[in-house]
Structures are given as C-alpha cells and as structure tokens.
Design a protein around this ligand. Structure first.
Ligand SMILES: [Zn+2]
Ligand SMILES: [Zn+2]
Length: 553
C-alpha cells in the first residue's frame, strides 16, 4: 500500500479567480497558488474576494510552502493576506516572484516568507514533495505547469497555459516533457485550466497581435497613440514598444503598475526597450504627437486607473483630444464590460479615435481553447481528470472534453471549492469538505461578512426608514416623536402624508404594547420595527431596511 495523497480545493473551482489548492502528503501541506478574485457587481463596495483560510489556519503548522504558478493576481494576490497569519516560503519563476513581491512588500510581510526562484524544467524536493516545474506559455512571462512525483504516481497541474507555437519570447509550452513523463511513468491525475474550455478552435498566437498593432501604427501615423493593456502582459508591452519604435516613436508608460512591471521586466532581461526610446510621461509634451506612444494601465476600466482618468479628463499627465488614437489591447473580463464601455464612451466624447477588440484583433487570449486542450490530453493521456480554474459550466465542458479524448467518465471528477479528494491505491474519490466560502475584503477591513453585504443590497435596492421615538418607561407615554426619516424609500417631500401615517401606526403599536406589560428595550425596538415594516410593506409593496431608534426616559 503506497501512502495516499490528498488534494483540497480552496478556490477557483466554480469561479474565475482566487485560485488556491493544497496538496497533502506525509502530513505536510503544500499550496499551489493563492489568488484573489475581483468582486462581482452585486458585491457592493467590496474591493477583493479571497479564499477561505479557515482550514489552513487550523493546519498552520503543517504548511511548508506555496508554489506560485505565475504572477497574475488571481494566482498570487491573496498571499499578502495569508502571510499575515502564516509564514512559509514561496516557490516560482524569478519573474513570478518579482510580481508577487510587490504586494507582499506593500503589506510589510517580506519577513514572513522566503522567495525561492526555480528554473524551467527544474525538479526539486519541497519537504516530502518531489516537484517538477514545466514551462508553459501564458499571457504573463515564465508560467509553470507542475508535475508532482508522488507515491500515488504523477499528479500534473497545467496552471494557466496555452499552446502558442510562435510565442514572443520563444518559450514554448513544454509538451515534449509532459509527453515524456506520460511515457516514462504515466500520469495518474491531470488537473487542467478550464477558462476557455467552452470556446471552440485554437487561441491565436500572441505574435498575431503584434502584426495588427503594426498595421494600426501605420494607419494612425501622425497621431498620438495611447495603448492600454494588462501591466503584467510583458509580451504585449514588448510588441507595442516594437511597433512604436518601428515608426520612430518614443515610448512612455503611465500607471503605477505599468511603470513597476516595465522596470522589473527590463531589469530581468524579459523586455527589450532601449533607454533611448523611453521617455518620461512628464516629457511627452517635448515631442510632436506623432512621435509619441503611451502605454497605459486601465484596459479593464478600473475606476482609479490611468485610462479611466483620461476618459474623465482627470489625468494629470495626459489630456485626450481629437489628435489621439486610443487602443484597448485587451478583452473585458466578465463583469467589467460596463466599466470598459463607459471608458470608451468618455474617450470618444473627447474626440479620440478608439480601437478595441470588437473592432480589430488587438488581443489574444492567454488560455487554451478546445483544440489545444485536446492536444494536451492526447499527449498526457491521464488516467484520471479533474478540471480546475473556471465557472461551473467551464468545468463541465472541460470534463466532457476529457471524456471525448478517452478518459473514462467515472474517472473525470467535477469538483467544487471546498472539496477534498483522496488518491490512494483504490483510485480517486471526493473524500471530504472544508470551508470554502468567500472572504470579502473592503478597504483595510478584513472579512466584512455576508451580513454586511446583505444590508448593503437592501440599502441599495430598497433604501432605509429610520423611526426615532422617546418613550417614558414609567407609563409608556410618548415624549417625542415618532419621527420617520427615510432615504431611498419614497421621495420625502411628496410623501409627507405617508410618513405621518407611519408615525401614527407606530404610536398606536406602542400604546398597545404598554397596555398589559412593561416591555424592555429590545421588545420596544421590535414593536417599532414590526409596526413600521408592516405599514411600509402594505402601503408601498417595498421592503426597505427599518431602523428603530428607541430612547427611554
Ligand atoms: Zn488564472
Ligand atoms: Zn493567468
């Protein structure tokens, strides 16, 4: 009997984002990614969503490290929160660690971790885990797939990946090595990125975006060009810079993360922009418009970003006008469509020509589509398959693809956040559940909880009614009020009558409450809330938040 291996999914199975899973072998725990998720529209006022750390907290002494597959926020962005409570080393490519380091440093937590760089193809022991790091191509440089050589056979995880046969940096997804592992020892379990599992065909090569950009620079000669893309998408930045320099333009960056990442990538030799071609954003006025290209953050319409500020005429460095062409070299992440359209609208209103992925092929996805997924499955030929990274329908589509490619239906497990699977001599099965709810972050406050969100939703959709009243505890006489104040329920000036009626109903309810007993404070609040609530609901068919403020004298 070989020792069993357990895998716990803490995030990313059922949503895009907050990817986090934990491998367990010989009592030790090794994390694979610890990412955040950007909030959905109905998560009012929430800045970020994190994985639930309850189970990790309870097992803190067994956590020996975290592997970061690549530097995207949905894979490393929660580390700066987990490191507040736990301390462990992080393993990843030098560039991944460089990106992850930023947030950890901002949080003042560098002392809680060691950042340990690993090289392409490296195989190393992390505690009892025998881990191999396999290069994959993605929309950020130097991502890894991982192969865990365990007593239960090889467990492979693709990370975020695509097949790009002409990647900008020439670094291919190492299908050959994956195939060699499959040939040498077989792959017991494969876990694969499902983001594009419901998109047919093959993703386009990142290089094809470069050609489109080149044409656009040609077409818009003489105009100032501003291009927005993800700050971590160094290959895109490279192609933008190449096109700009090719047309005799100087390149300036705008936005904090763009500046930081360009500096980091240039220092590491991952981005080639000669000093002579780079200018400071403060100095773009010294050059004719047609000789300038500005690379900006904000391709997702993020409210505080450089591009959004340009669209709102609030950017300190750049005022957009009729001489500008703005290119959004991106595709809106689901949930961001509205913010992006608003930004485009603002830019067009200012007179700019705007090019986006709906008009030209100015973006290529970083995630494998169906034909790539099938290729990988045909090379790896896993015995078992678990789809990861995706909303539920993506996971199901991915499981179906695995079955088309020959994995037995009973060996494709669609798991969800919180599921624990055990791999032993008998096979693989879901063996337990751990807490995996959403951890909401609002500003610097930690978990604001479901209750707060529920309140915000009621306030947003129904408004609030506050009833203020002072009651004599001796005889129940009403000394002041009830005064009914509202925000968001009815337009107060026109509803004075309604507010007066509500006050009368509350007065009557209080009288009845004192008729046979002397109610305590809580009972008084309840009486007021119920009376006002029933009145509001009966008369207006609405359910605003009712806040009773009962003072006793
Ligand atoms: Zn991802
Ligand atoms: Zn990614």
């Amino acid at each position: 009997m070989a020792a069993p291996v357990t895998i716990t999914f803490l995030g990313g199975l059922g949503e895009i984002g907050r990817n986090c899973m934990v491998l367990e072998q010989d009592e030790k725990l090794l994390l694979l990614d610890c990412g955040l998720m950007f909030p959905e529209l109905e998560m009012l006022g929430i800045d970020l969503v994190l994985p639930d750390f309850t189970w990790l907290r309870e097992n803190a002494d067994r956590v020996i490290g975290c592997i970061a597959t690549h530097g995207h926020e949905d894979h490393v962005g929660a580390l700066s929160y987990l490191l507040r409570e736990l301390s462990f080393p992080i393993y990843g490519s030098a560039f991944t660690l460089g990106l992850a380091r930023n947030r950890i440093e901002e949080a003042g937590l560098l002392g809680k971790t060691d950042l340990i760089p690993v090289a392409d193809g490296e195989r190393r022991m992390i505690g009892p885990f025998d881990v191999e790091f396999i290069p994959v191509t993605h929309s950020v440089p130097h991502g890894f797939a991982t192969a865990f050589h365990t007593p239960q056979g090889v467990i492979m995880h693709t990370g975020d990946w695509k097949l790009d046969l002409t990647p900008v940096d020439g670094r291919l997804t190492d299908l050959a090595r994956m195939g060699a592992i499959a040939y040498e020892s077989g792959v017991r379990l494969l876990m694969g990125d499902s983001t594009n599992a419901d998109s047919h065909g093959h993703s386009r090569s990142e290089k094809s975006v470069g050609a489109v950009l080149y044409d656009l620079f040609h077409e818009h000669e003489g105009r100032r060009i501003v291009i927005a893309c993800f700050a971590s998408h160094i290959h895109r930045v490279q192609q933008i810079a190449d096109a700009a320099i090719g047309f005799g333009r100087k390149v300036a960056t705008i936005g904090m993360s763009m500046k930081k990442n360009v500096r980091l990538a240039r220092e590491m030799g991952l981005l080639n922009i000669p000093d002579s071609a780079l200018i400071d954003i403060e100095d773009i006025g010294d050059h004719p418009d047609g000789n300038v290209c500005v690379i900006s953050t904000g391709s997702q319409g993020e409210p505080m970003s450089a591009l959004t500020r340009m669209a709102n005429r609030e950017n300190r460095w750049l005022e957009i006008g009729e001489g500008d062409t703005v290119i959004l070299s991106s595709h809106p992440i689901p949930g961001n469509e509205m913010s992006v359209t608003k930004v485009i609208d603002g830019l067009v209103r200012l007179g700019a020509k705007v090019v986006h992925s709906g008009l030209e092929d100015v973006h290529a996805t970083g995630h494998a589509k169906q034909e790539e997924i099938k290729t990988l499955l045909s090379v790896v030929e896993p015995q078992w398959f678990v789809p990861v990274h995706g909303e539920y329908r993506h996971l199901v589509h991915h499981a179906e693809l695995a079955q088309i490619m020959g994995v037995a239906p009973e060996r494709t497990l669609v798991c969800e956040d919180g599921d624990q699977i055990t791999i032993d001599d008998d096979g693989i099965r879901i063996s337990g559940q751990v807490p995996a709810g959403y951890l909401f972050v609002d500003g610097i406050v930690g978990d604001v909880g479901q209750g707060v969100l529920r309140d915000r939703r009621v306030l947003a959709e129904e408004g609030v009614v506050v009833v203020v009243v002072t009651v004599s505890t001796a005889d129940g006489a009403i000394l002041t009020g009830p005064e009914v104040i509202t925000r968001g329920w009815v337009y107060a000036p026109e509803a004075e009558e309604l507010l007066d009626e509500c006050a009368a109903v509350v007065t009557q309810a209080l009288k009845e409450a004192f008729a046979d007993t002397t109610p305590d404070h809580e009972a008084l609040q309840r009486v007021v809330r119920r009376a006002a609530g029933r009145f509001v609901s009966d008369r207006t068919r609405r359910k605003p938040m009712i806040v009773p403020v009962v003072m006793e004298a």
